[in-house]
Design a protein around this ligand. Sequence first.
Ligand code: SF4
Ligand code: SF4
Ligand code: SF4
Length: 328
Amino acid sequence: MNIDRRDFFKIFSAGVVTASSTTNVIAREPKNRLKDAVGILYDATLCIGCKACEVGCKILNNKTAEHKIEKELGVPKSWDSASDLSVDTLNKIKVYKNGNDFSFVKKACMHCVDPDCVSVCPTTALTKNQTNGIVSWDIDACCGCRYCQMACPFNIPKFEFGKAFPELKKCEMCQHLIADGGIPGCCESCPCGASIFGNVEDLLQEAHRRLNSGIGEEYNFPISELESQYRTTKPISKYVNYVYGEHENGGTQYIMLSAIPFEKLGMPILPGQSEAVLSEGIQHTLYKGLIAPFVLFAWLAFGAHRSLKNESTELDTESDEKKGGNNE
Ligand code: SF4
Ligand code: SF4
Ligand code: SF4
């Protein structure tokens, strides 16, 4: 391939000019909640921090303890308390304490309505189920680029850095259990109704019902799932008048209620629209007509050509020097 620096810049300029002049970067329409989307409502005012949900999550997703106490008290594998989300901990209860302010908070994938991780994935290894809205990952399609990890505004996807062929790990809302008519392990295990499963629109209505109830009013909270026959009656707490996840990042399917402002619980303050709306527009513009790959290919070809040329010049010089040495 005979390409010099001037040719390369001609190609590069033509590509950039074509990309910017023939196509406008247009943000696409934001995505909306699916009618049959399922989700979790976590009410921090009901959470007692027992971590049964962490254990349930591990058992039902075949995760091991991060720090095993192999033989202590004759128990072969005691559960540890993980410090954060990881490849073995897909659901983490954290605690916030400041003076008299105190709350637990449950961290896991938010199952965004318009997920950034899905939007940036170049191989569609991350997908959003178009019926129930669950965001899941496909081992066979993943190329390991980790764009999803960088794009997630909640810092959720984790990779197995210690392995030669690392896999991505995150909560997939126990879709294997839901497919069999079950409910997520964290909701199943929660003894006090702090985590409940249901249709997201119904969960949003439930959350607003709680916010609209009077402080101290007796309320019949469902256990494990919204339509459960098992209930517990407790007085309504003084909530922050806000449902976290109703709007954040274009909305999420894991939503929260709390008595403490969400930013204090480590939940990010995010705009009401996913970054995917704009970033996907830019991505598609650059890839339209294969302009970006073509420019990249030309750049790589130019680099390879130059280094091969330099290498052969160096070899020629070296062999000339050797010849000179032999002649002496
Ligand atoms: S929280 Fe992160 S990993 Fe989960 S769906 Fe949203 S962007 Fe993806
Ligand atoms: S839905 Fe399943 S995987 Fe997700 S946090 Fe709950 S138990 Fe864990
Ligand atoms: S099981 Fe329920 S009460 Fe216990 S830590 Fe988890 S969410 Fe809180």
